[in-house]
Design a protein around this ligand. Sequence first.
Ligand code: ASP
Length: 345
Amino acid sequence: MTDKILIVYTGGTIGMEPSDQGYVPSAGLYNLLERQLSHSTRSTLPPHDLLELPELIDSSNLQPQHWTQIASVLKQQWHEYRGFVVLHGTDSMAYTASMLSFIFAGTDKPIILTGSQIPLSQARSDGVENLASALAFANVPQLHEVCLYFGGRLLRGNRASKVASDGFTAFDSPNYSWLGDVGINLRLNEALLLPQSETFNIIQLQIPDFQAERVLVLPIYPGMPSQTLSVLFDNALSGNSAITGIVLQSYGVGNPPDADPHFMALLEKACQRDLLVLNISHCHSGHMAQGAYASGHALNALNVISGNDMTLEAAVAKMNMALTLPLSRQQQREWLARPVCGERS
Ligand code: ASP
């Protein structure tokens, strides 16, 4: 292993260039960094290499297959580097951070995702600070987990959400304390950091072959067309749809509209057909208490899994991950119900 960090550039605003249609992903980040960073800035960064993916994307086009690709690159390079920085678009960065935390659960090295709101090529870019601090965190030996660094905040990957579309502090983890922050110095909240796992073995780590169209997100809202949804759902399942998991986003502590017979019948059918149904809350902070109200109690009777205090991003990633685990449905259900802090069965 060298003392270097590997930067994996997947696309996103940080490396974008303007075009007639707005910003587009652009290759050649190495040259851009040479141009934008002064010699003195570059000399203070930890030693690093840069690897550009062959197809750079705006992360609003992220697909589950990209998780397989990014994770495979990290696995291939694992022994060569002491830590990793993944440059990613902000739109779906929290989904990828969540997914990498499940794939690399128990990691013995830091994996830090970052990007920027303004491209490095433009005035007032936040890219230099984000990249420099992400590299600094990727160089910290006490960090053994997947984190998202952005705008001064170091967040646990599977707790992070994009909370601001145009502010520099674009991410937060409303249901979990920050793992660290950046002022004049880097500060770590050491008590919260995951311990190094004794059992992590990169050679034996299987990178799942993620597929699109397996997970449906169903947000609940007043006046939802549940009758139409129920017909669409029946059609989809009878036409051999790939959907095998549903993430239900319900109110408050996990309450669905239990007085809506079409909606409840849809959930019942999904559970009877052995789909995994995971219930999370619209609320950004607080825990689920599925069953505190009679409406939520109906979900317990159907075997709907309580998502506890998961973000939407973590729930979608964890559901995709669960569906690839070589376990029975019941075991997948139990794995989904485990608290999110990164462990993998
Ligand atoms: N659309 C961009 C992306 O997600 C936004 C960004 O990077 O900030 O790639």
